[in-house]
Design a protein. Sequence first.
Length: 303
Amino acid sequence: MTAKIIDGTAIAQKVREEVKTKVAARAAAGKSQPALATVLVGERIDSRTYVSMKQKACAELGMISHHKPLPADVSQADLEKLIRELNADPQVNGILVQLPLPSHLDEERVLQLVSIEKDVDGFSPINLGRLAQRGREPLFVPCTPYGCIYLLKEAGVTIKGANAVVLGRSNIVGMPAALLLVKEDATVTIAHSRTKDISAVLRDADIVIAAVGRAQMVRGDWIKPGAAVIDVGINGVPVLDEKGNPVISEKTGKPKQKLVGDVNYDEAKEVAGFITPVPGGVGPMTIAMLMANTLRAAEIQGE
Ligand code: NDP
């Protein structure tokens, strides 16, 4: 069997087009442009890149972004003051605090402070708690897990009644992905670094969401034939030549790197029914869902 490739780039583009159309319709009706505040503490290159991608997406979709950079040594009090100001600011619909924060800051307190109506990342303990409760709905769902479920649905995978295994139990990916699958009536197993015999657990899974951050850990023979495999992992690995030696970039003089997922794609695609590539799978969905959440925030706030 060769798996159907779930094209995250195309599906994310579709989501973005839908958001763009709705934002334009709001403008035509005299409503405000949805606005996202991006809070970036420090100068981490990866965080800066993610924030600038989010700002660019806002601009492309007709939304406003208010960038709020803070120095790496900002105090907890000053960061909390900014969050309170953004909570109170009617010009701001969504607040995104780029994680991770420097270690001297209390991330939990900061996320708790973000107003749940503006919590477009879905990381506030109230939104996450509602996700875990039966009969309750969060205002916002964390963007990456939301993107994973969206991809499964777009691909036509039946979630209801399926055996799903989520590899990883982080607050931002694994756990909310598992909770979302439960809400969609899957039977869910969460596997992590203390799980015995992960391959045996996976072999029973109709749906696999892999979010461990371990390059190509999931092998093809761990996958149940026909399963849907969503690979969240983003791991840099050296590019090797045919002899297995690292290829050196002429430009930088350093070993060339490429991105791979947590799943051994070449093996798994021969067994799975559906699979997401890396890059071009879950990655583009995260920002698309953030844009959808920011539009929703403006709608909830009646702006
Ligand atoms: P974390 O490091 O926070 O969590 C990793 C999880 O994987 C933990 O629950 C850990 O278990 C588990 N784990 C680690 N090693 C193993 C192992 N050998 N066997 C079984 N379980 C293991 O990572 P994140 O959830 O933040 O991210 C996971 C991956 O997803 C990363 O590659 C990250 O780059 C990527 N990512 C991609 C995004 C996207 O937009 N596509 C967005 C966010 C993340 P334990 O709890 O026991 O320690």
